[in-house]
Design a protein around this ligand. Structure first.
Ligand SMILES: *Cc1c(COP(=O)(O)O)cnc(C)c1O
Length: 365
């Protein structure tokens, strides 16, 4: 069989080693006689799995002690409601949330938050992150929301360029909330810069169904009365993500991915590989105008690479040829069309090289 490379945006490719280990442990986890799926979430076996996953994620992202890590359900989208429901309880009615709009996912966040507060779009652009000095921020905003990697539009914050710049006095006392669903664990981040970081698991962590929330302690306990108890960050934190039954099997797989990441060299190594993979792919797209990526170079995502054929009548032929070569799920999101190659942590460089070879072949180079 041709070697398969899966470029899905999510649910997405997982490390082969993780799937192999999960398969081996499926029926009998570590001599317990049970599958992880069959264990009580409060029993010693699952608690050891949970604690290791929490500890490894904390280590990988260097999460400071004054932050809690929550393993929740509901996906990234549910956080668009749960963050306002959890952060607005101590704010006056009519409080404003600032947003940086950089694409489809921040647009969804803005729409949802509008149910709970005033929203101010401080800056808007879907082909680049607007420069911070141009953001029209609200003094005393409840928080500032950003999507640091737009999975559909392929726009990623250039942290190296200092965005968000900690020295900006307008951000004093305004918690930063970041949706990092599609690039968490692919680069070093300074967690202490954020009030809340959230991420659905199915892009760079594990199977769909787990949602990671990293929250600074002082932001806990500020939920609106209407916030559902099972989604109250403080209740979830106080109960070590066991206020209700957590997505146990998903947490187990996420834990295996964290172990795999550590064995590979951690986030620093993922960052190095992501840079190499992305440079290789963008270089092939940039040879001439046969393929086009419309994102400003400094903000081109290293995880999700959308591109268009100049001659869009050849889209179907491109996808059929890719599939024949084992290059799967390259069709772009239906809202923007074209193609998209997602090259998450678990995508080996060989997969990107195989795609580059095909791009050159299809372009007749
Ligand atoms: C995939 C994604 C989401 C939505 O995740 P769901 O689990 O489908 O709710 C939200 N934000 C970003 C940036 C994403 O990539």
């Amino acid at each position: 069989m041709t070697h398969i490379y899966n470029f899905s945006a999510g649910p997405a490719v997982l490390p082969k080693e993780v799937l192999t280990q999960a398969a081996a442990e499926m029926l009998d986890w570590h001599g317990s006689g049970m599958s992880v799926m069959e264990m009580s979430h409060r029993g010693p076996e699952f608690m050891s799995i949970y604690k290791a996953a929490e500890r490894d994620l904390r280590e990988l992202l260097a999460v400071p002690d004054n932050y809690k890590i929550l393993f929740m359900q509901g996906g990234g989208l549910s956080q668009n409601a749960l963050v306002p429901l959890n952060l607005l309880g101590h704010k006056p009615a009519g409080a404003t949330i600032d947003f940086i709009h950089t694409g489809s996912w921040s647009a969804k966040s803005i729409k949802e938050a509008g149910k709970y507060a005033n929203v101010n779009i401080a800056a808007s652009c879907t082909t680049a992150v607007p420069p911070q000095r141009e953001w029209r921020l609200t003094p005393g905003a409840a928080y500032l929301h950003m999507c640091t990697n737009e999975t559909i539009d392929g726009v990623e914050y250039d942290f190296d360029g200092g965005v968000p710049d900690a020295a900006d006095p307008r951000l004093d006392g305004v918690p930063l909330v970041a949706d990092m669903s599609s690039h968490i664990l692919s680069r070093a981040i300074d967690v202490s810069r954020y009030g809340v970081i959230f991420a659905g698991a199915q892009k760079n962590i594990g199977p769909a169904g787990v949602t990671i929330v990293i929250i600074r302690d002082d932001l806990l306990g500020q939920a609106l009365p209407a916030c559902p108890s099972a989604f109250d960050f403080k209740l979830v934190a106080d109960n070590e993500s066991m206020y209700n039954t957590p997505p146990t099997y998903g947490i187990y797989i996420a834990g295996l991915v964290f172990q795999w990441l550590k064995a590979q060299g951690g986030v620093a190594e993922m960052e190095r590989r992501a840079r190499v993979k992305a440079e290789l792919l963008y270089a092939a797209l940039d040879v001439d105008d046969f393929y086009q990526n419309r994102v400003a170079p400094a903000n081109r995502s290293r995880m999700n690479v959308p591109f268009y054929l100049k001659d869009e009548s050849r889209n179907e032929a491109f996808l059929a040829g890719a599939k024949a070569r084992g290059l799967l799920q390259l069709k772009g999101h239906k809202s923007v069309g074209g193609m998209r190659a997602s090259i998450y942590n678990a995508m080996p460089i060989e997969g990107v090289q195989a795609l580059v070879d095909y791009l050159n072949e299809f372009a007749g180079r």
